[in-house]
Ligand binder design. Structure first.
Ligand code: T3D
Length: 265
């Protein structure tokens, strides 16, 4: 199936997914969000894909919800749109897809990541940003609160003080500041962004995929778990990892002093 507003290219085990409405800073319409969800689901089910790299075409990652989308229109009687339906169908579905993804998901953020665009990036497992990146919780500027998981992710990433500063003021946080705050993994020169993110993605695509899935699951569960429950969860997941071909290969490669060749099984 062909998609216009989201591009997909698969090579070396990496599905590169590019938000592609550069003239609108890759702002999301409802069909575009649907396309992205469909592409992510098919990448999730494709055994050739072992890592997803999400990025944006042009000078932005994404400016969030397209404010001119018909779904955002006020009725003739002046009644506001049913934003809950858009949030549910687009952003909640997207964030659930990304956070429930078994394979690593990287975001390469060049330029603006605003509103739901910022929070979609921050939902990814590893975020690499160019120096010109700007993470903007634009919601307050239009009378909304952060959605797309922002109120969940932000305090966990940067603490309440910075989360609230970002949410209430809507100021841009640039790539270097984002790295210094722990909002993202790494800030790199703009002209190296895709090379560096691509190299990371290829390395993850050649890694022990099932162990990555287990690590993601355990880390995501930790916020709601007691230490005891977390230790039990780790034991169960580690027990399963111990039975994988990749564990066997990892130990064999270590013993034979050679690089491992993980199959992702
Ligand atoms: O359903 C729901 O709505 C609830 C869910 C909400 C989730 C959200 O994401 S709410 C937040 C929505 N996003 C915003 O409020 C950001 C709006 N955009 C901006 O504030 C600015 O565009 C930026 C700070 C992101 C970038 O500024 P700048 O000066 O670099 O670029 P620009 O000139 O403003 O934008 C370039 C073009 O993109 C321009 O189009 P034009 O005039 O050249 O035809 C602009 O209108 C368009 N654009 C940018 N953001 C959006 C957009 N068009 C539609 N929707 C946008 N969000």
């Amino acid at each position: 199936m062909g998609y216009k507003s989201v591009l997909l290219e698969v090579s070396d085990g990496v599905a590169t997914v590019t938000l592609n409405r550069p003239d609108k800073l890759n702002a999301f319409t409802t069909p575009m969000a649907g396309d992205l969800i469909a592409i992510l689901k098919s990448a999730g089910a494709d055994p050739k894909v072992r890592c997803v790299l999400l990025t944006g075409a042009g000078r932005a990652f994404s400016a969030g919800q397209d404010l001119s989308d018909p779904a955002m229109a006020f009725g003739e009687d002046g009644e506001g749109p049913d934003i809950g339906t858009v949030v549910d169908g687009c952003y909640n579905a997207l964030v659930r897809t990304v956070r429930g993804f078994d394979k690593p998901v990287l975001a390469a953020v060049g330029g603006v990541a605003a509103g739901a665009g910022a929070n979609l990036a921050l939902a990814c497992d590893i975020v690499v940003a160019g120096r010109s990146a700007r993470f903007i919780q634009a919601f307050a500027k239009i009378g909304l609160l952060p959605d797309a998981g922002g109120t969940y992710m932000l305090p966990r990433l940067v603490g309440r003080a910075r989360a609230l500063g970002m949410a209430l003021l809507g100021d841009a946080v640039n790539g270097e500041q984002a790295e210094a705050w722990g909002l993202i993994w790494k800030c790199v020169d703009d002209d190296k962004l895709l090379d560096e993110a691509g190299a990371l993605a290829r390395s993850l695509a050649a890694g022990p995929t099932l162990a990555y899935a287990a690590a993601k699951r355990a880390l995501d569960a930790s916020a709601a778990n007691t230490l005891d429950r977390q230790l039990d969860l780790e034991r169960g997941l580690q027990q399963a990892c111990g039975k994988t071909a990749d564990f066997r290969e990892g130990v064999a490669a270590f013993t034979e002093k050679r690089p491992p060749r993980y199959s992702g099984s």
